[in-house]
Write a protein that binds this ligand. Structure first.
Ligand code: FE2
Length: 128
């Protein structure tokens, strides 16, 4: 049984998918069970580089992952932000050399955010 907004990866082909509406079935890709991407929450050194942070600049609100490299080999592939009750979701895809930041509506107060690193996977402050 999946849960809303869980992220799964195929270890063979690299497909990454997200559950919009949960179901009973097992997620399979390339003939293998897909691996659920657990949200890492450590605040140790590696966590500090991956943890999405909220920044207010020039009266605008951003979710940033500015301490992380954005090279071809190692970069943040996306930042996702949801409201607390998961009724709205915002996703920004990033490419190498992009700035790892995502402008979000200023009125979004209680948010949860995750970042996805191509090497170190999923990080964030979601709590389930
Ligand atoms: Fe990383």
């Amino acid at each position: 049984m999946t849960k809303k907004l869980e992220i799964y990866k195929c270890e063979i082909c690299g497909n990454i998918i997200q559950v919009l509406i949960p179901g009973e079935g097992e997620l399979v890709c390339c003939g293998e069970k897909m691996k659920k991407q657990e949200i890492q929450t450590s605040r140790e050194e590696i966590g500090e580089k991956h943890m999405p942070e909220i920044e207010i600049r020039d009266d605008k609100k951003y979710v940033t992952v500015n301490k992380h490299p954005m090279s071809e080999e190692h970069y943040i592939q996306f930042i996702e932000v949801t409201d607390k009750n998961k009724s709205k979701m915002y996703l920004k895809y990033l490419s190498p050399n992009d700035k790892a930041e995502f402008k979000i509506p200023k009125c979004m107060d209680e948010i949860e955010a995750v970042s996805y690193c191509n090497i170190h996977r999923l990080w964030g402050n979601k709590n389930d």
